[in-house]
Write a protein that binds this ligand. Structure first.
Ligand code: KIV
Length: 279
């Protein structure tokens, strides 16, 4: 069944948890779609997990369109959300609408996601007016890493928690169809989830949200080094890949690959006739 803004909203209303995973290419998107994930996010996290940057700030519109188009070709039923990269919507409402439109027209996404609360409501309103669904993103918004002074949990003081609740209400009023809540205390995410009519999708925001989202390299055990507290490694795909690649190297070097079963044959007669060609 095709996932849409309407089906996601129904899921909130019925208490059926929304599942969202990031993907950045055709093959991965096709697998996740076949598994039945409700939504695929082409996150600007691709800057870190696909392109090797330290954060998401260098990601461009061209990067996002390139990866979103690949994901859209692989996702038949999942609701495809494309991130608006840093500086593609902050400068002006006009630029925000043009860039959101490119992610839909050229990338084939169904919705766009942008970070921020009250300060981006004008952009949300204008993009929604252009008939493009918008997913908002509050809390530990990675594009503000330099303002936060690192990837730090947000909304821990009374003032900051109140501001987040206020922002959540404002982005809903501006027309957002859902909101990602990242890196905030679980109890605060629960309050926001109860207050809003639109679905909340949490990452590091506890189990009280209407759904969850994870970066797939984290949840499949592909990332090395520090794993944030909120990440559960549902598989160790990195080990599987390491083992497969080591087997390939060993078998190629010792001559067991390619064997007969992976080799094309030709009539011996033809080979005999070619015998003179070797010299
Ligand atoms: O870019 C991304 O992958 C995201 C998720 C972490 C929500 O925004």
């Amino acid at each position: 069944m095709k996932n849409t803004v309407a089906t996601l909203l129904k899921q909130k209303q019925s208490g059926d948890k929304i599942t969202m995973l990031t993907a950045y290419d055709y093959t991965t998107a096709k697998i996740f779609d076949e598994c039945g994930v409700n939504s695929i996010l082409v996150g600007d996290s691709l800057g870190m997990v696909m392109l090797g940057y330290e954060n998401t700030l260098a990601v461009t519109m061209e990067d996002m369109i390139h990866h979103t188009a690949a994901v859209s070709r692989g996702a038949e039923n999942a609701f495809v959300v494309a991130d608006m990269p840093f500086m593609s919507y902050q400068v002006s409402v006009r630029e925000a609408v043009i860039n959101a439109g490119r992610l839909i027209k050229e990338g084939g996404a169904t919705a766009v996601k942008l970070e921020g609360g009250a300060e981006v409501c004008e952009q949300i309103r204008a993009i929604v007016n252009a008939s493009i669904p918008v997913v908002a993103h509050l809390g530990l918004t990675p594009q503000s890493v330099n303002v936060f002074g690192g990837f730090k949990v947000q909304g821990k003081s009374l003032d900051k928690a109140k501001k987040l609740i206020d922002d959540a209400v404002k982005i809903q009023e501006a027309g957002a169809c859902a909101v990602v809540l990242e890196g905030i205390p679980a109890k605060l995410a629960e309050i926001i989830t109860k207050k809003l009519a639109i679905p909340t999708i949490g990452i590091g925001a506890g189990g009280g949200c209407d759904g969850q989202v994870l970066v797939y390299q984290d949840m499949l055990g592909l990332t090395v080094g520090h794993t944030p507290k909120f990440v559960k490694r549902f598989a160790e795909a990195g080990d599987l890949i390491r083992s497969g690649v080591s087997n390939y190297i060993n078998e190629t070097k010792n001559g067991t690959f390619p064997s007969e079963e992976h080799t094309y044959s030709v009539d011996e007669e033809i080979i005999d006739k070619l015998a003179g060609e070797v010299d």
